[in-house]
Design a protein around this ligand. Structure first.
Ligand code: NAD
Ligand code: GLY
Length: 366
């Protein structure tokens, strides 16, 4: 039986929507029916998640005039225009019209491509997110960023397109591989660092409960993460300013992901190291206590995450790759740093020498 534990709202005027968090929500017919209008549905999933959860979602949707399952191959390498085109081929062949609802059942890859497909199909159709990784539950399913990758850059082709609802079923985390759980925990820790010190202190105490996948602790961590994200998104939907704080650690992290080749390091693992570097830089600038850097390392290690960059990277490689980051504006690198635990800021005055000195000290420890 489904149990709804938390409901929160992303406030965006007429594009506002609820985020439901609880047990067995993907099998909750009433909840789904209230956001899946009309008799046509397209469920997009992948070959790992579909065998685990597709039947339950279909049963919850009940008989529909037209229900199409699109099962994608699993992997970031399929988040492409070619896969998007395959989705449209199947949806068109099945005769879906503008009243159809797209349901994304999977992690961030499925959510991002399905959201973009929903934004484009017949100029925009109804869309519901059912995220099944921790990362997707606390980050990618909330906030309306949708995209596919281009060979020359990640998430380069996309749209802001908000879902009608996000259904987070904490039970799906029971089948998630441990490394994927840890990657999601990096983003959870990020919310504590950027905007919620009490949450961060709670994570320091209760990380073992999250690793043991205790339902109440997971639901609490997801709720706090989504609430923090929802507040930022409500204030700055299209990342004109403050939304950039959600990228704490990401500029360093993207450099690691790119240098190592996507797929070697998970996004959350690279972000974990990036957060250590950002906090260390904040400490070197005298705005964060040095103890906090050690505490963050301890928390990340406890979550099963790396805390040092790959030993084969050099400061020059970091600087080159960070220079290509989307947050570089007119040649000036903008970085998210902290003013203290629970308070992020965006700076554009970090000198190359400061970065080189920081990276040299960390690469020598790796
Ligand atoms: P993912 O979607 O590749 O999922 C990770 C792996 O877990 C996959 O193999 C998947 O099949 C599997 N999986 C998913 N749910 C499962 C479950 N319940 N049980 C067992 N296995 C399961 O990766 P991700 O980390 O969820 O998402 C990464 C993607 O999200 C990237 O493409 C990234 O660009 C995107 N992203 C988007 C935003 C945004 O705001 N839109 C934010 C962060 C990340
Ligand atoms: N993941 C960053 C954002 O949603 O803005």
């Amino acid at each position: 039986m489904s149990v709804l534990m938390h409901t929160l709202h992303v406030e965006l005027g007429e594009r506002s929507y609820p985020v439901y968090i609880g047990r067995d929500l993907l099998a909750d017919s009433q909840l789904l029916a209230s956001h899946v209008s009309g008799s046509q549905v397209v469920i997009v999933s992948n070959e790992t998640v579909a065998p685990l959860y597709m039947d339950r979602v279909k049963a919850a949707l009940g008989p529909r005039k037209r229900l199409t399952e699109v099962v994608l191959p699993d992997g970031e390498q399929y988040k492409t225009l070619a896969t998007l085109s395959d989705i449209f081929d199947q949806v068109m062949a099945a005769g879906h019209n503008r009243t159809t609802t797209f349901v994304a059942l999977g992690g961030g890859v499925v959510g991002d491509i399905t959201g973009f497909a929903a934004a484009c199909y017949q100029r925009g159709v109804n869309f519901v997110q059912i995220p099944t990784t921790l990362l997707a539950q606390v980050d990618s399913s909330v906030g309306g960023k949708t995209a596919v990758n281009h060979p020359l850059g990640k998430n380069m082709i996309g749209a802001f397109y908000q879902p009608a609802a996000v259904l987070i079923d904490t039970n799906t985390l029971q089948t998630l591989p441990p490394r994927e759980l840890a990657a999601g925990l990096a983003e959870v820790i990020k919310y504590g660092l950027i905007s919620d010190e009490p949450f961060y202190r709670w994570l320091q105490l209760d990380m073992p409960k999250l690793l043991a996948r205790e339902e109440a602790a997971l639901a609490e961590a997801i709720e706090r993460s989504c609430s923090n994200k929802a507040q930022v998104v409500s204030a700055d939907e299209r990342e004109g300013g403050i939304r950039a704080i959600l990228n704490l650690g990401h500029t360093f992290g993207h450099a690691i992901e790119t240098a190592q080749g996507y797929g070697q390091w998970l996004h959350g693992e690279a972000v974990a190291v990036g957060m250590v570097l950002a906090l260390e830089l904040s400490a070197r600038r005298g705005v964060v206590a040095r103890d906090e850097v050690e505490s963050l390392r301890a928390l990340l290690r406890a979550a099963g995450l790396p805390v040092e960059p790959p030993a084969d990277m050099t400061p020059a490689v970091f600087l080159e790759l960070m220079g290509r980051d989307k947050k570089v504006v007119d040649g000036t690198l903008r970085l998210v740093l902290l003013e203290g635990v629970g308070s992020a800021c965006i700076v554009d005055d970090v000198a190359d020498e400061e970065l080189i000195s920081l990276l040299e000290s960390h690469l020598s420890r790796a």
